[in-house]
Design a protein around this ligand. Structure first.
Ligand code: PAN
Ligand code: ZN
Length: 185
């Protein structure tokens, strides 16, 4: 057990946790995620902005232990699609996850691995979203300020990006009349 991580403070404005390792994802890392391939290519030709970062805290790794990540997705769009995360299934498929909205406004796209059934759920300040096991999940910032959220998941969950990289989500989320709408890819 890592005593230094039993108690931490997160910054809900910047999404920082002092001392926690951070993964940063840039536009180039999201190749294949956006449905609008042409808009993606145009945006990438202009630059390679930071889309989101995640600070992770893993206090203990026993069976039954929990980890958490503090995510920040910056505001922006590629064509009519919001800046989003890569999205994943948990490597240990039964692992569920709680998301807590801390700043800004966004949505979560959930897709049941077995049925493909998709849901679009708001992730706003004080919202709690539960991602059941066996469910692919992707988060988008639909607002004008950074979206900051906390995700809490079993220590053994792991991240499986392979399935999403291969076939993506069935649905994509686009802005229509200023609002996020889920449509078939
Ligand atoms: C989150 C995600 C975070 C970034 O902590 O890892 O939102 O999304 P990607 O991992 O899809 O890039 C989580 O769901 N952990 O399990
Ligand atoms: Zn997850």
């Amino acid at each position: 057990m890592n005593n230094t991580l039993l108690s931490t403070h997160y910054n809900p404005t910047t999404g920082e946790i002092i001392g926690a390792p951070v993964v940063k994802r840039y536009l180039v890392d999201l190749r294949g995620c956006f449905a609008g391939g042409a808009a993606y290519a145009v945006a990438l030709a202009r630059g390679n902005p930071l889309l989101y970062s995640v600070a992770s805290v893993a206090p203990a790794d026993g069976e039954g232990d929990l980890h958490y990540g503090l995510g920040v997705i910056y505001p922006g769009k590629i064509g009519d699609e919001y800046y989003m995360t890569k999205g994943h299934l948990h490597a240990w498929r039964p692992a569920g996850e709680f998301y807590f909205g801390l700043r800004g406004a966004g949505v979560m796209l959930l897709e049941d691995e077995a049925t493909g059934a998709s849901r679009l759920l708001p992730l706003t300040v004080n919202a709690v979203v539960y991602v059941p096991g066996h469910t692919a999940h992707r988060t988008m910032n639909t607002g004008a300020e950074p979206l900051v959220y906390l995700g809490v998941y079993p220590a053994r969950a792991g991240h499986d990006y392979g399935v999403i990289a291969e076939r993506n989500f069935r649905m994509c989320v686009v802005e229509r009349d200023g609002l996020p709408v889920m449509i078939k890819r």
